[in-house]
Design a protein around this ligand. Sequence first.
Ligand SMILES: [Zn+2]
Length: 72
Amino acid sequence: MINNNLKICKCGYKINDPHIVAKTNYSSWGWFLFTILGMSAKPISIDFICTVCGDKLESSTDQETLKRFIGR
Ligand SMILES: [Zn+2]
């Protein structure tokens, strides 16, 4: 679960705001599966970043959250 009340960036956006994007990070093996073999690899972590100010609101390694971003 993402705690939506947790953090606000410099410009006042929260994680569910459209200005906040989720950037997925893959391990080199996950990247290989995903890019070379076209398999859906699960990211190892997800950063929630504001596209306006560049603040990183949160870095999530929560398994349930990661599952929602498989293949992104
Ligand atoms: Zn911001």
